[in-house]
Design a protein around this ligand. Structure first.
Ligand SMILES: [Zn+2]
Length: 333
């Protein structure tokens, strides 16, 4: 099959058809990511011998855990329209890891917990057990043309008994060679689906990046050097004990902007972590921003960037409320 046909089918899968959850995007992403494990020589050898690449359902389940773990435990992105009945990959993650925001990285999670989640996802999403809730493997290649959908094994064959898919060598080559552009279209279509059911900022970036490297906040200590008391407990800040806190948690807001940054002591900073402070502090940060907007150039710039619609104050309040609604906890400081 020619590459133009593969491209057509891949795009059709992503953009057409009924979507009641996001599994097909996750599977598309998996196929792409998987193709990166092989060298050009390995793929060439497979093409020459017309030999498919066998991949266990378990491997796909492991990748699903990674993709959804960040979206759930870090960013709390809703994956379907029915809030009361999330897809089983999400209920499994909640069941195994708990429902609260996890401060640590995925790679720091205990191996036995990860294994438990991987097995559960394999059983629930890919297993042939009766409890299987998803048909993503068989249905992924149901390609809609006109009013009907036909199963076309364009990219892989699958075997529920052996619990594996067999990726065709041409597909492997196609994924490998076009990784960057195909990956971008998967993320874009995933985000287009999710933006209809989410009001979170920076949705695309959150879906795209698994482990994000955060940049240093030290420059803000200098920008806010006149603030010598902890924003929360009002203790005097020593120079080497001044911490920069995202008032609205970073995992929600996903950017470092002066309007949202306050100087704190180490105690308050680690206690607050990725939670919200109570609403009197919301009034406090708005007051701070009003008072210092014209005195600190960086803050002025940052607030101007936020000044849309009814103005920055409304935007901050909206973010605060929305963040709470997304399940970020409010703690006393
Ligand atoms: Zn403090």
């Amino acid at each position: 099959m020619a590459n133009t046909d593969l491209r057509y089918y891949f795009n059709t899968i992503l953009t057409k058809g009924v979507k009641d959850n996001t599994y097909k995007f996750a599977l598309a992403r998996f196929l792409l990511d998987y193709s990166q494990n092989l060298t050009k020589e390995q793929i060439y050898a497979k093409l020459k011998n017309n030999e498919p690449e066998t991949v266990d359902y378990q491997q796909i389940a492991n990748a699903f855990l990674k993709y959804y773990w960040h979206q759930e435990c870090k960013y709390r992105i809703r994956q379907n329209h029915n809030d009361a009945k999330p897809p089983s990959v999400v209920t499994t993650i909640r069941h195994v890891f708990g429902e609260h925001y996890i401060h640590r990285r995925f790679s720091e999670m205990p191996a036995d917990i990860i294994k438990e989640a991987q097995n559960e996802i394999r059983k629930k999403v890919f297993g042939k057990e009766k409890s299987k809730t998803s048909q993503v493997i068989p249905r992924f290649q149901n390609i809609r043309e006109g009013n009907s959908a036909t199963g076309k094994p364009v990219f892989y064959d699958y075997d529920d008994n052996a619990m594996c898919i067999r990726i065709k060598p041409q597909a492997l080559e196609f994924f490998n060679q076009n990784y960057t552009t195909l990956f971008k279209s998967v993320i874009l279509e995933w985000a287009k689906f999710l933006e209809k059911i989410n009001t979170l900022p920076r949705l695309i970036a959150k879906i795209e990046s698994a482990e994000v490297k955060r940049t240093s906040l030290r420059k803000y200590v200098h920008i806010f050097r006149d603030f010598r008391h902890c924003f929360y407990c009002n203790c005097v800040l020593e120079n080497d004990d001044t911490h920069v806190d995202h008032f609205i948690p970073w995992s929600y807001i996903f950017e470092d902007e002066s309007w949202n940054l306050v100087m704190t002591c180490s105690g308050c900073n680690s206690k607050k972590s990725d939670s919200l402070a109570s609403s009197e502090f919301l009034d406090e940060i708005i007051k701070r921003n009003k008072t210092y907007r014209d005195r600190i150039a960086e803050l002025h710039k940052s607030l101007t960037g936020l000044d849309v619609g009814k103005g920055w104050e409304g935007e901050i309040r909206k973010h605060y409320e929305n963040c709470k609604e997304y399940g970020f906890s409010v703690i006393r400081l």
